[in-house]
Unconditional design. Structure first.
Length: 175
């Protein structure tokens, strides 16, 4: 112990003199930080029961800081989730628009008189068109269902349905 007399260390002689002092020294240097010992260790030496107050306070502060860090992480994760959901929604909307545009092009191919509208006869004649047939199969629409579908689409009962309206109504029928 004589080695530490000239070092200026006030605690060196007692730092590891007992199990409780060793634990206090370890707590001071590793967990609490060395400066903690400047004010807490003299109080603990004077009244040993105060160690519980210092430990509880330290853990409470540490837990609070940990919760704060966790809250920031969760907030950022939620923010990123919202951005991803918005991207997915816009991607889905773009896919729907692309599908409707492609379906309008298919309808234009089915329109034999190039009037801009489909008639019941053009619809039945076009049922065998490969892409048109695929779309109708995805919607579980068979050839015998076309009359009912056309009547639903032809709201003004004119016997004509525009391509855009047909594509839009089929999308709503799917939804």
């Amino acid at each position: 112990l004589g080695l530490y007399d000239d070092s200026g260390c006030d605690r060196c002689e007692v730092a590891y003199s007992s199990v409780s002092q060793s634990m206090l020294t370890l707590l001071q240097t590793v967990i609490m930080g060395d400066a903690w010992g400047d004010y807490a260790v003299p109080l603990i030496d004077y009244k040993p029961w105060t160690v519980m107050i210092f430990i509880a306070t330290s853990f409470t502060i540490s837990l609070g800081l940990t919760n704060l860090v966790l809250a920031v992480i969760v907030d950022k994760a939620l923010e990123n989730r919202e951005v991803n959901l918005q991207k997915q929604a816009s991607e889905r909307a773009r896919e729907v628009e692309d599908a409707q545009r492609e379906f309008v092009e298919i309808c234009a191919e089915l329109d034999t008189d190039q009037s801009g509208f489909l008639t019941m006869d053009e619809l039945f004649a076009g049922y065998e068109h490969e892409n048109f047939h695929l779309v109708l199969r995805m919607l579980d629409i068979e050839k015998e269902d076309l009359t009912h579908v056309f009547n639903i689409m032809d709201q003004d009962k004119s016997g004509l349905v525009s391509y855009q309206e047909f594509a839009y109504q089929l999308q709503n029928l799917k939804g």
